[in-house]
Design a protein around this ligand. Structure first.
Ligand code: AVI
Length: 320
């Protein structure tokens, strides 16, 4: 039979993101298979992450938000007037608003995010709501970049909330902190949130919620690979797993293969044995002291640190 309709005459082949493909192929050819966690955040992944931050089990966002509200006056006193706030991974700038409410006479806000659309919308909204000059910067803050020339390297304050620093390996985290220090210049400050070590059961629940939102977030990596890279992962053949690795002081997320299976990607065959995992994320947890040491490795010293009454989360003011 001949097809009767032309379904979509405008359909064009979409170019493949070669860097994404190369990263996935290299990760899946390791002995412990891996996928880089930065690939969680496509549009669907960002939505799922936002849903995670509302979960009962995911205490991090609530604890940090409460902490910021509680301490914003003190933070504002440290920062003083006329500073420029540079946020790494600003998303929809929700937590920023707490700081902006408290900070007096800020000169400029520079949100940096990899998702351009999200960034521009959030930047416009903040500029309008706070009558503040905003220069959004569309960049992957984990790579090297420079600040726009309009940003004078005077009184710069970095903002890196959410314990995203915990998604770096400690050596990478120290290197990142060092890069941020040279980016922000002399006499800079950095405000950074870090999740604290705690009861493993509490940690594991935060990364394996009852509703399965975190499972969907993890499995979305495979959805993305199927759609964007032409993969043929069966979602039913993998299961989400979160575990606390006490030796490394981190929560790990994995996707467990439920069967022996082979799939093809980018012209290569990838084999899994039943029970084998793809390691998709590390989320390092620090103590106040171990975080200060990490900051020191990145060339920063601790000016102040705060924790919530339950001791769940920490927020640090660092000085270059
Ligand atoms: C973005 N980052 C700090 C989150 C975390 O807690 O490590 C990502 C996440 N992974 C699973 N749930 C949330």
């Amino acid at each position: 039979a001949v097809a009767e309709t032309v379904l979509d005459a405008k359909t064009e082949p979409r170019p493949i993101d070669e860097a994404f493909l190369a990263s996935v192929l290299s990760g899946l050819s390791k002995r412990q298979k891996t996928i880089e966690s930065k690939y969680f955040y496509d549009a669907r992944g960002s939505q799922l992450f936002d849903a995670i931050t509302d979960l009962d089990e995911y205490y991090l966002t609530r604890a940090e938000t409460a902490l910021l509200k509680e301490q914003s006056a003190e933070i504002a006193t440290l920062i003083g007037t006329g500073a420029t706030l540079v946020e790494f991974g600003s998303g929809s700038s929700v937590k920023t608003r707490i700081l902006l409410d408290a900070l007096a006479a800020l000169r400029l806000y520079v949100p940096i995010d990899i998702s351009g659309e999200h960034l521009d919308a959030a930047a416009k909204q903040v500029a309008a709501d706070f009558s503040l000059p905003v220069i959004p910067l569309h960049a992957d803050y984990t790579s090297r970049f420079t600040l726009p020339h309009q940003v004078s390297r005077d009184r710069l304050v970095g903002f890196f909330p959410g314990s995203t620093i915990g998604n770096f390996e400690p050596d990478e985290a120290a290197a990142f902190l060092d890069r941020v220090r040279s980016l922000l210049g002399p006499a800079a400050r950095l405000l950074v949130g870090a999740d604290l070590q705690k009861d493993p059961a509490r940690l594991e629940a935060a990364y394996d919620d009852a509703q399965g939102v975190t499972a969907a977030f993890n499995l979305n990596l495979l959805v993305r690979i199927n759609r964007e890279l032409g993969g043929d992962f069966s979602l039913e053949a993998f299961r989400h797993k979160a575990l606390y690795n006490a030796e490394e002081g981190r929560v790990e997320m994995h996707l467990v293969s439920l069967a022996d299976q082979s799939l093809s990607l980018g012209g290569r065959q990838i084999d899994f044995t039943a029970g084998e995992t793809i390691h998709t994320e590390n989320s390092y947890k620090y103590s106040l002291e171990s975080f200060r040491e990490l900051a020191q490795r990145g060339g920063w010293r601790s000016e102040a640190a705060w924790t919530d009454p339950e001791g769940l989360f920490s927020f640090h003011a660092l000085i270059a």
